[in-house]
Design a protein around this ligand. Structure first.
Ligand code: ADP
Ligand code: MG
Length: 258
């Protein structure tokens, strides 16, 4: 189980420049103000959990980092590159950022192994044998090496999500974004995915994880962020976040989910 607060947390390296810096970021969908004055700085190796009600802007916030969504004002700097609408070279930034979604998003016509080798071969130009060897290492790391030759439809949801994580890791990302990675899973499969994410966190990966799995947050997060109505309402280390939330909206939300 990934729910006990026992994992050691490697300290985030706060002495370096932040790997992610958002300053006064605002985003609109047409007239709708979806992100409001977002300030967020993430240190290399830091693990951030983002929670908040449905529609509060969590997905939009993380999608702005790789510009799957454009912001209209403010500044977003990812590993030294200021990202914005129309940035030439955004592909270089995206390559450094792995993303895992609620709905696995595997290529259905490719095996687990082929899902993992496609981008390294096509995007990074890595030869097949090398890409396959690396992919097998990653499938091992997510504890499903024996599923390499299966197609997504032959795998459980938990296995598919672990292939999706392995696939992202095959690109050697500097940052991993997770958007409710366990929300679509049957309950008995949640922990096998969270366990893999805990191991990844312990390896020192910079992670931003949108989730309501508060056991995971307690165990690995350096900071927990609560969003509501497009704002970051509260940011605190998990001990403080859960035991002494300062904001009334945070307290109400925690009351509903815990
Ligand atoms: P969360 O991930 O916290 O549930 P989202 O970031 O997905 O929230 O969405 C925040 C708000 O923006 C919601 O009210 C949603 O309906 C709206 N929204 C999301 N995507 C779009 C879009 N492409 N066009 C218009 N509104 C959107
Ligand atoms: Mg969302």
């Amino acid at each position: 189980m990934a729910s006990e607060a026992t994992a050691t947390k490697p300290a985030a390296r706060s002495d370096e420049a932040p790997i992610i810096q958002m300053r006064k970021v605002d985003k609109f969908y047409g007239e709708f103000h979806v992100l409001r004055n977002i300030d967020l700085s993430v240190a290399r190796g830091e693990r951030i959990v983002i929670c908040g009600p449905s529609g509060s802007g969590k997905s939009t916030l993380i999608r702005c980092l790789n510009q799957l969504e454009e912001h209209q004002s403010g500044e977003i700097v990812v590993d030294g590159t200021t990202v914005h609408a129309g940035l030439r070279g955004i592909e270089d930034v995206r390559r450094e950022i792995g993303m895992v979604f609620q709905s696995f998003n595997l290529f259905p016509h490719l095996t687990a192994l082929e899902n993992c080798t496609l981008a390294p071969m096509k995007v990074r130009g890595i030869p097949r044998a090398e890409a396959e060897a690396a992919a097998r290492v990653m499938l091992e790391r997510v504890h499903i090496p024996e599923q390499a030759m299966k197609f997504p439809i032959q795998l459980s949801g938990g296995q598919q999500q672990r292939v999706a994580i392995a696939r992202s890791l095959c690109m050697n990302p500097k940052i991993m974004l997770f958007d409710e990675p366990t929300s679509a899973l049957d309950p008995e499969m949640v922990s096998e995915v969270l366990d893999v994410m805990v191991e990844l966190a312990e390896s020192g990966m910079t992670m931003l994880v949108v989730t309501h799995e508060m056991g995971f947050a307690r165990k690995v997060a350096d900071r927990v962020i609560f969003m509501d109505a497009g704002e970051i309402v509260e940011v605190a280390p998990p001990e403080e976040f859960f035991s002494a939330p300062k904001n009334e909206r945070t307290r109400k939300f925690l009351g509903q989910i815990l």
